[in-house]
Design a binder for this molecule. Structure first.
Ligand code: C5P
Length: 238
């Protein structure tokens, strides 16, 4: 298994509707400087072959499909992701203990397995939204409960907001991975992100891996933008 704390800490979110601009961008990037995230849109349009193509270029791939189904189905989907050679795959912690444990056990049978992380509460949901689907308490209380459950189920970490990371960090094991989107370099546009942290602030607040999209993918010189962010976090040690 890939070591949890190995650099690079930046995961570039490839959010494109077609393959060409994504492949042009990837041709400018370097696997020693970043990993890549493929989400639901690209995967649904371009399929497993696209993921394999990126992995064949030497990049670690985070397959961000947020599985949520009965335990057997999620475990089988995680095993299918492992067959693609991805570095990390995720599911929804609200799928429950049996779903998470079954998925982890299935991956542990493999000679080489991807990291398995959970989404706790989507950051798009506020208190009224989660109340409407039957969760009591604030979003952050639910994030903490589901983070502890995820850790207890033996998964490798969670995806969370960099604003939640300082609350989550003391509640989970030392090697438990916090993967945070919602990151913006100081000089970058916020795009549609509302509550962001800079890359260094996110790491200092307990994040391990940073998911960054448009500040790199929409930059006139993506590699230069990636290198600037790397330079900003270069001195950081956990
Ligand atoms: O372009 P940007 O840096 O905003 O991209 C962030 C990536 O992280 C996107 O792929 C987005 O879907 C994902 N994400 C997020 N916020 C969350 C969860 C995932 O921005 N709470």
């Amino acid at each position: 298994m890939t070591s949890i704390q190995t650099p690079p800490r930046i995961i570039v979110a490839l959010d494109f509707p077609v393959a060409e601009p994504a492949l042009e961008l990837v041709a400018e990037l370097d696997p020693s400087l970043c990993r890549l995230k493929v989400g639901k849109e690209m995967f649904t349009r371009l399929g497993p072959a696209f993921v394999e193509r990126l992995a064949a270029k030497g990049f670690d791939i985070f397959l961000d499909l947020k599985f949520h189904d009965i335990p057997n189905t999620v475990a089988a989907a995680c095993a299918a992701a492992a067959d693609l050679g991805v570095w990390m795959v995720n599911l929804h912690a609200s799928g429950g203990r049996r779903m998470m444990e079954t998925a982890r056990e299935r991956l542990e049978r493999l000679p080489e397995r991807p990291l398995l992380v959970a989404v706790t509460i989507l950051t798009s949901l506020g208190e009224a939204d989660i109340a409407e689907v039957g969760f009591s308490g604030t979003p952050v209380e639910n994030v903490l409960r589901l983070a502890r459950l995820t850790d207890d189920c033996g998964l490798d970490g969670i995806v969370c907001s960099p604003r939640e990371a300082p609350d989550v960090r003391p509640q989970v094991g030392r090697d438990f991975l916090l993967v945070t989107p919602g990151v913006r370099p100081r000089d970058a546009s916020l795009d549609d992100q509302q509550r962001v942290k800079t890359p260094l602030d996110a790491l200092q607040g307990g994040a391990d891996m940073l998911v960054i999209g448009r500040p790199i993918t929409a930059a006139p010189d993506p590699l230069a933008s990636l290198r600037r962010i790397q330079a900003e976090i270069a001195g950081f040690q956990r």
